[in-house]
Write a protein that binds this ligand. Structure first.
Ligand code: ZN
Length: 892
């Protein structure tokens, strides 16, 4: 908790640690409320640090104090070279332990501390929940286990002895290989010793102890080594790991093929736990997962969950090379492991599933989460320049935009050039803690290119606006494109330099085919990519014999906001003809958004506009085209979300009007296409067994998207259809979709389905999370009251992050009618919950507060109410640094 005002840490002040820790021996004696940790560290003065310190003395000649990080632990004992220090030789405060004058040569430091896993509800460091001991050390949790140089540029090898009661804690795991195990001296206790030969920063340390069931398999690497694969889960859930295991093997294989990266130990463990602050954690050879991202059967997981499991299993596995073997020098470089690894997991999904569908899904995520961040008070560069609490920087900007930067490098260099840069990066920095500069330099050196301008993407916050205009000259047969890039100011950055923006494009002729892009100089743009480097760029293409329709930023080749004045008939033409399927989809979104915004403006002016007919006609062509993948057609049927529309409107946003307009537009489209949608619904009803693969999931999503759109008509016929869909469903995908659509209606079918779902799944905590979410998402007026009531439900627990996210998080982040209620009750409710949760789990609390990030874009009335709620949070005297930082920035 904050006692004085928390101070920011700046990248420019980075200094190497004055000491390095070469080896770590940990002896952990697990007891639920009093765990004793003895650590024996081999410490050496850091020659680099003494060299870089201005006016510093020669390395090792003079003793420099050693300050170790430590929080919420009690010091029992401290020795150097086996001799206990007396009280004058060190000092301890709430955050650290300082040894005043340690030896000038290498020495062994032994520290014994006590921590209380049972009382640890922040779920950072060592904690115990549902009887399982578990650790989470990224970013700064290791200091809650023992005193340490808790920073990623201190790499050590670890040997860990764990001791625990054998009956309650039969499984003992840590990183690396198991080298010894047996009975301990104390009655009923046993031990295990694990050794990890790879040097690692302490944030990758992990320890798990508990009564867990095991699913085993193995993988043969490309050089022929056998790796034991093990997934540990709550006993009784072993039959739910098959998919996760399959995903793991495919990830291992893919990384060998696509990046030439082989796994480096004989064992790879995954542990699924039910109380976890995040999705999963890539600890070396011992990945710890939120169980919702491991466990799956057709009856307990939706297609969306299967896909998420595939992507997160891959993500954490890929970290073994991008994050673990090469780690980050400091937390400012977080994108170096996260942006890159997200890019890798996105490519994996694209290779395993459909490239276009995966790309659309990724861009939707980026626009829904990162674009608003970039446009609001929390905007920060992909590599931030300062932070108060690093846990607040596990953001969409670092992850998703970070991945887009890797994708642009890939677009600029091509697959071979990108791979050459990656190979050089692995060669140069394996076993090291690297920086963004090291990463960029590898691509420059491997490809003989200059990326100094490109590097601005890592330093400048905000989404560039790309304003394009197009002109066709009938007599000269030329097509002219003018681009201007505009960078709006963001907090701390008022002026910005132009960036290198790769724009993939095409000029689509009447026949639907792309015309050759021949420039004035006679060059042909063969890869379809033009490079913008100045604030204003003009491209003139020759020999264009007919007026084409420009298709710009194909495949979303750069994370920009494109403005191009196009007629709706041009948009309809692209919807039907663009060879770039991503842009076909984008054209339909742009078209629909434009119509909905007209209706919003009409509503606010007191007029009821009825728009949609021509859009419906254009949409019908795509969704009935059987040459297109079902999953793609399903995506095209999904209209832009209320948040999408709000983002495009940008200022003076009225979420109530947007909701009404979008509902009315959807009803119009659904009514126009009623028979078509019914036809799709019928023809895509699968009758075979459930399979989680992309193709089967695509058919289900086509059918469900048709149902979703039809439900917008909202009549008795549609509600009955939803009821039937619910009752006849054979898997959770169909069942939960029907329930999700039913909760918007006041109807008997709704109440029956909700009760049935609860009865069916009340013993299944993961599916019950969905039951909470579905109710929290309802656009019904009574939703806030239902959510408040559900807080007292016997299956709800405010201490469990999954439950909090399912109920409060979904309400705050995904229910725009409820959260943005005109009376401010939604804001007040979320603010109250943030304050409550902050008293025991700051990380989860500050995430929840993020739902306010765009409060300044709201219309005046709501803006006032949101500010009041935020001020209430800010007034609390005992805020964590996490919440303090977010709320101060939001109000600043
Ligand atoms: Zn990651």
């Amino acid at each position: 908790m904050k006692t004085s005002t928390p101070q920011p840490i700046h990248l420019k002040n980075y200094q190497p640690a004055p000491y390095l820790i070469k080896t770590v021996y940990l002896d952990v004696s697990l007891h639920s409320s009093e765990t004793r940790v003895t650590s024996r560290l081999k410490i050496v003065p850091n020659k680099r640090a003494t060299k870089s310190a201005k006016g510093g003395s020669k390395a090792g000649s003079k003793s420099v104090p050693l300050t170790l990080d430590g929080e919420n632990i009690t010091l029992e004992n401290i020795k150097i070279g086996g001799r206990a220090l007396d009280a004058k030789q060190y000092s301890v405060d709430e955050k650290s332990l300082t040894i005043k004058s340690p030896p000038t040569k290498s020495f062994t430091l032994e520290i014994t501390t006590i921590c209380d896993p049972e009382a640890n509800k922040a779920l950072s460091g060592l904690y115990r929940s549902s009887g399982v001991y578990c650790t989470q050390c990224e970013a700064e949790g290791f200091r809650r286990i023992t005193y340490f140089l808790d920073r990623p540029d201190v790499l050590a090898t670890y040997k860990v002895r764990i001791e625990a009661d054998k009956a309650t804690t039969p499984i003992l795991l840590s990183n690396g290989n198991l080298i010894e195990s047996g009975k301990a001296d104390d009655a009923g206790r046993h031990f295990a010793v694990w050794q990890d030969p790879h040097p690692k920063p302490c944030y990758l340390f992990a320890l798990v102890g508990g009564d867990l069931a095991l699913k085993k398999s193995s993988f043969k690497t490309k050089s022929g080594r056998k790796v034991d694969l093990r997934i540990y889960v709550e006993p009784g859930k072993e039959d739910r790991c098959d998919w996760a295991m399959d995903c793991l093997k495919r990830s291992m294989k893919w990384d060998e093929k696509r990046f030439g990266r082989e796994y480096d130990l004989d064992i790879f463990n995954i542990v699924a736990v039910s109380d976890f602050n995040m999705g999963a954690m890539e600890n070396k050879s011992l990945n710890v997962f939120n169980d919702r991202l491991v466990l799956a059967t057709p009856d307990t997981a939706t297609d969306g969950s299967y896909e998420a499991i595939e992507s997160v299993i891959a993500h954490e596995y890929f970290h073994n090379w991008t994050g673990n073997r090469i780690t980050c020098r400091d937390w400012f470089q977080l994108c170096l492991k996260e942006g890159l690894t997200v890019f890798r997991d996105q490519e994996f999904t694209m290779d395993e599933r459909s490239r276009t569908v995966a790309r659309i899904e990724d861009v939707r995520m980026l626009k829904a989460h990162q674009f608003p961040e970039d446009a609001g008070p929390l905007a920060h560069p992909v590599r931030p320049a300062s932070y108060i609490e690093i846990n607040n920087f596990y953001t969409a900007t670092v992850y998703q935009k970070g991945a887009e930067l890797c994708r642009m490098i890939h677009t600029i260099l091509g697959e071979a050039g990108f791979r050459a840069g990656m190979d050089l990066y692995f060669d140069r920095h394996d076993g090291e803690a690297a920086t963004v500069e090291d990463f960029i330099k590898s691509f420059e050196d491997a490809n003989k290119v200059d990326f100094s301008q490109f590097k601005l993407w890592y330093e400048q916050a905000g989404t560039p606006e790309l304003i394009a205009s197009f002109d066709y000259d009938e007599t000269k047969k030329t097509a002219k494109l003018i681009f201007e890039q505009v960078m709006q100011p963001t907090p701390g950055q008022s002026r910005k330099k132009p960036m290198h923006i790769p724009v993939r494009m095409g000029l689509v002729g009447k026949s639907g085919k792309d015309l050759p892009l021949k420039t004035k100089q006679g060059d042909v743009v063969t890869d379809g990519v033009v490079h913008l480097k100045k604030r204003r760029e003009v491209f003139e293409f020759q020999n264009i014999n007919e007026r084409p329709v420009p298709s710009l930023v194909r495949g979303f080749s750069a994370p920009v906001n494109l403005t191009l004045d196009m007629t709706t008939s041009d948009l309809a033409f692209l919807m039907a003809n663009d060879s770039d399927l991503y842009n076909r989809w984008q054209a339909s979104q742009t078209y629909a958004t434009r119509r909905i915004i007209e209706m919003v403006e009409g509503l606010r002016a007191g007029k009821r506009l009825n728009r949609g007919k021509h859009f419906s006609e254009a949409l019908a062509i795509t969704i009935t085209d059987e040459k297109l993948e079902p999953a793609y057609r399903a995506l095209c049927m999904e209209l832009p979300s209320e948040a999408d529309v709000a983002r495009v409107i940008g200022t003076d946003v009225d979420p109530g009007a947007i909701h009404k307009a979008r509902q009315a537009f959807a009803k119009r489209v659904a009514t126009d296409l009623k028979e078509t949608l019914k036809g799709i619904y019928k023809s895509s009803s699968g009758n075979g067994d459930y399979a989680p693969d992309a193709k089967s999931a695509g058919l289900r999503s086509l059918r469900n998207s048709a149902l979703l759109l039809l439900s917008k008509i909202g009549g008795e016929e549609q509600i009955k259809m939803l009821g039937t869909h619910y009752r006849s469903s054979k898997n959770l995908t169909d069942r939960s979709l029907a329930l999700m659509l039913l909760v918007d209606f006041k109807h008997d079918e709704r109440d029956k389905a909700l009760a049935n779902f609860y009865k069916r799944y009340k013993n299944d905590h993961l599916v019950i999370d969905k039951w909470f979410s579905i109710q929290a998402m309802s656009s019904a007026k009574s939703t806030l009251n239902s959510v408040k009531k559900l807080l007292d439900h016997e299956l709800f627990s405010i201490k469990n992050p999954n439950k909090v996210r399912s109920l409060i998080g979904v309400f705050a982040g995904f229910n725009s009618t409820g959260f943005h209620r005109a009376d401010g009750a939604g804001y007040n409710f979320v603010a109250e919950q943030v304050l409550d949760i902050d008293s025991f789990n700051p990380q989860v609390a500050s995430r929840m507060l993020n739902s306010f990030r765009n409060w300044r874009t709201l219309e005046a009335g709501r803006q006032k109410l949101a500010r009041k709620a935020l001020q209430r949070v800010a007034r609390r005297k005992t805020l964590s640094p996490d919440v303090y930082e977010i709320v101060t920035k939001m109000l600043g």
